[in-house]
Design a binder for this molecule. Structure first.
Ligand code: SAM
Length: 171
């Protein structure tokens, strides 16, 4: 089993308990993101590796959630009517270039065998800006900066939570 298959299987198996375990942890990241970066104008948000749709639950708005784990997406579909679900690999998003104003990814990039491909896809699909966070115990702030610097975007390091390192980018 390769890394992607292992990750998919892990999230499929634990999806039923994900929201109970991680809601309190994830909302700190979402709230900092909402406060500092989300304008009142309502862009359609694409959430790469969006899992069970916790961001849609937090923001209570329409979101496109893309995830490799069908188990995670099934939880999203059973709980949140305001999510559009796509089962796909974050290293190859099934979206046109610049198709979304805002592409976000919370705590997913560290799962990828090739995190630079995931970041490249997030940037490609965003027409304006986005945010990428990664678990700091797996990807350091310096490594995340190194990854974002592979692309021709403006970026800033942002402080969202203790668990995650984060960068915001703009085209
Ligand atoms: C820690 S969870 C974060 C979920 C969500 N972003 C949140 O804030 O709750 C990581 C998610 O990344 C997804 N994931 C891992 N590898 C992926 C890949 N290659 N493509 C798409 N999703 C992936 C997992 O299935 C899981 O739902």
């Amino acid at each position: 089993m390769d890394k992607k298959e292992r990750v998919r299987s892990l999230y499929d198996q634990t999806s039923a308990h994900y929201d109970d375990r991680y809601w309190e942890i994830q909302i700190h990241k979402y709230s900092a993101f909402e406060k500092d970066f989300l304008t009142n104008k309502a862009p359609l948000i694409v959430d790469s590796g969006g899992g069970t749709g916790l961001l849609a639950r937090y923001l209570n708005r329409e979101i496109v959630v893309i995830d490799l784990s069908v188990g995670m997406l099934k939880v999203a579909s059973s709980k949140y009517p305001n999510v559009h679900l796509i089962a796909a690999d974050a290293e190859k998003l099934p979206l046109r270039c610049g198709s979304s104003d805002l592409v976000v990814s919370f705590s997913m990039i560290q799962n990828l065998p090739n995190p630079e491909k995931g970041i490249s896809e997030i940037i490609r699909c965003s027409s304006h800006d986005g945010i990428v966070t990664a678990l700091s115990k797996i990807i350091s702030q310096d490594r995340l900066v190194e990854l974002i610097e592979m692309f021709s975007v403006d970026y800033e390091v942002v402080d969202l939570s203790q668990e995650d390192v984060a960068v915001r980018f703009a085209q």
